[in-house]
Design a protein around this ligand. Structure first.
Ligand code: SF4
Ligand code: SF4
Length: 312
């Protein structure tokens, strides 16, 4: 028997679905007004993804959601070495189309990369570019990119010549038109990746000649470090869901936000205020984390994981 932690996420709303052998339950998503349509859509896509009837699983996904239910995306599983036809460039007629109508959640590593790219502290980045809410079921704080325009929901980083933060763009922008899921065996903890190819009518990238395998796409889009970091977040979500359903107390929510999203404040609290003095961290790792945000985030995940076990 597998204990499967699956997820897909892309740049539209964030969804967590918990599903068993006979019942699927929508845990959390960001679209407040369209629960029924959203759930109906998710239910219709579950069998098309990576799932078999006898595997209980948790699925976190985003790109499945569309705002107009008449425009169903086509989602098909694809093997890591399978080739797909796709190319995106400023020459396609739909250039920048996907950077509007934004509803994009950011992972902790997305925030790390973007705030460094913009030479901002994490707290300033969060204030200026994001909106935040607490996931009603997971209880975790969720951070989303704040659109630059309330009507078009345009990304704050899109320009006429493309993405202004391209080399540090979020993982959801990188992976499109693919979605990635992971499963983990309970016995060994071994992770397996699964992928799906998404086809949406507005995206003309699928009509281009260029072809590549899924692995090639993941590597070319610079996703490997993102996947490594984002898988830690999914592990935390999985642990939370297995320990305690529903909201968390405010103190834990603040701790999560500090350690995973607001890294510069987290660093200051560690090195100036003695936060983590009771938490066992290798001295060498802690020393390097003074200058290295990725290592600091790694410590943040370890701390949250350890504190999470106390909330059950
Ligand atoms: S971050 Fe860049 S690629 Fe992603 S939605 Fe914004 S402009 Fe587009
Ligand atoms: S080809 Fe697809 S991914 Fe590229 S700009 Fe057009 S809609 Fe966006």
């Amino acid at each position: 028997m597998f204990n499967i932690l699956d997820y897909l996420f892309d740049y539209t709303p964030y969804i967590v679905v918990e599903a068993g052998q006979s019942e699927h339950r929508l845990i959390h998503h960001q679209m407040a007004d369209t629960d029924l349509q959203v759930w109906a859509l998710v239910r219709s896509y579950l069998p098309k993804l990576f799932l078999t009837a006898d595997q209980p699983f948790k699925l976190t996904c985003g790109r499945i959601i569309i705002q107009d239910t008449n425009m169903e995306p086509n989602i098909t599983p694809i093997a890591p070495d399978e080739a797909f036809r796709f190319a995106c460039s400023s020459r396609v007629a739909c250039f920048n189309e996907c950077c509007r109508d934004l509803n994009q959640f950011l992972t902790p590593y997305d925030i790390l990369r973007l705030k460094n790219r913009l030479a901002m502290t994490s707290s300033r980045f969060l204030k200026k570019y994001t909106t935040q809410h607490t996931g009603p079921e997971t209880g975790f704080p969720v951070v989303a990119l704040k659109p630059a325009n309330a009507e078009t929901l345009q990304c704050p980083f899109v320009t006429a010549s493309g993405c202004s933060v391209y080399t540090d763009r979020p993982s959801s922008c990188r992976i499109y038109p693919l979605a990635r899921a992971i499963s983990r065996t309970r016995e060994t903890g071994e992770l397996t990746e699964h992928f799906a190819l998404l086809k949406e009518a507005h995206c003309l990238g699928h009509e281009q000649e260029k072809s590549q395998s899924v692995r090639e796409w993941i590597e070319k889009q610079g996703l490997l470090p993102y996947n490594e970091q984002n898988d830690r977040l999914l592990e935390i979500i999985s642990i939370k869901n297995s320990l305690k359903a529903g909201p968390l107390d405010l103190a834990f929510v603040r701790m999560f936000h500090l350690a995973l999203y607001d890294l510069d404040t987290f660093r200051r609290k560690i090195f100036k205020d003695g936060l983590l003095s009771d938490f066992a961290v290798e001295t060498a790792l802690l020393t390097r984390a003074r200058q290295d945000d990725t290592l600091l985030l790694q410590i943040g995940y370890a701390w949250i994981k350890s504190e999470l076990s106390a909330v059950s």
